[in-house]
Design a protein around this ligand. Structure first.
Ligand code: MF3
Ligand code: CO
Ligand code: CO
Length: 275
């Protein structure tokens, strides 16, 4: 998605299906990524015990329109909100509504905006009130998984290298990696080639080249990796009800590494967001 169901990394897609963007694309993605990141910054003081996820969605809708952007997820495949809010054992695609956040919850907030036709897609974890150590540790390791995946994303490396960087670190901490959802190419299209799975073998899969844009968005579970989608058709939960965490950045491959389009301008990339 994470909308696309994950395929095996070894089944490399034809690289010709993957768009290579130039300076205009980088400029467009920088703007879109910055608006998406500012949404997640704006939400920080609002993510408190007692707030409803619907209220966070409403704040986001207004903020996005005021920024001259559009939420990509409204009218997307029947979805009608500006955010996904995935609490505790919800892996991804939690639907905002009347549910109130409670102290001890961990929640992923995922936003995608469109600016001048370009998509900025990012998510972060938020800690609500007093969060137990084992949940905070999961969140910390998941952020480190994202950053290790990003560090592996450079020209000449492969998507298998990216997946391996994430998988090997998560498993070294005895967590599991969700296989049913993955990162994705993006740009003028929301969910494009390639699929970016968060497990892999070094040297396997698509070879990265300058101008490729995609998300990395590992979902890491405290228990087993199995997920199921609830009857609403969206909400994905861990089958064993164990906690799940996720962070997401949109990146572009450069000549010597990658550029993160969705970095927080306020430095609020991972919690705790205040001292
Ligand atoms: N932002 C999600 C992703 O990372 C996709 C959400 S699609 C929705 O790809 F319809 F559930 F919002
Ligand atoms: Co995404
Ligand atoms: Co997203």
């Amino acid at each position: 998605m994470n909308y696309v169901t994950a395929i095996d990394t070894d089944t490399a897609e034809p690289s010709s299906a993957i768009k290579l963007h130039g300076p205009d694309g980088f400029a467009g993605m920088r703007k879109a990524g910055a608006v998406a990141a500012r949404v997640l910054d704006m939400l920080v003081p609002h993510v408190k015990p007692g707030v409803t996820t619907g209220e966070l969605d409403r704040l986001t809708y207004e903020f996005v329109l005021a920024a001259g952007a559009v939420p990509a997820t409204v009218f997307y495949r029947g979805y009608s909100h500006s955010l996904c809010t995935s609490i505790n054992h919800v892996v991804c695609h939690g639907i905002p509504g009347p549910k109130k956040l409670a102290s001890g919850d961990i929640v992923n907030i995922d936003v995608t905006v469109v600016v001048d036709g370009w998509h900025g897609d990012t998510s972060r974890m938020y800690l609500v009130g007093d969060v137990p150590l084992k949940a905070r540790k999961l969140v910390e390791v998941t952020y480190e998984c994202l950053m290790r995946g990003i560090a592996a994303a450079k020209p000449g490396a492969t998507l298998g290298d990216v997946g391996h960087a994430i998988q090997s670190y998560a498993e070294s901490q005895r967590y599991s990696i969700v296989r049913d959802f993955c990162g994705h190419g993006l740009g003028r299209v929301f969910h494009d080639a390639p699929n970016v799975v968060h497990v892999g073998k070094p040297g396997k899969g698509v070879v990265l080249r300058p101008g490729m844009f995609f998300t990395i968005e590992p979902m890491i579970n405290l228990g087993r990796s199995d997920v199921k989608v609830l009857d609403d058709g969206w909400t994905a939960v861990t089958r064993d009800r164990s906690l799940s965490a996720q962070f997401e950045h949109s990146v572009g491959i450069t000549e010597d590494g990658c550029e993160i389009f969705t970095k927080s301008p306020a430095g609020l990339d991972s919690p705790p967001y205040s001292g």
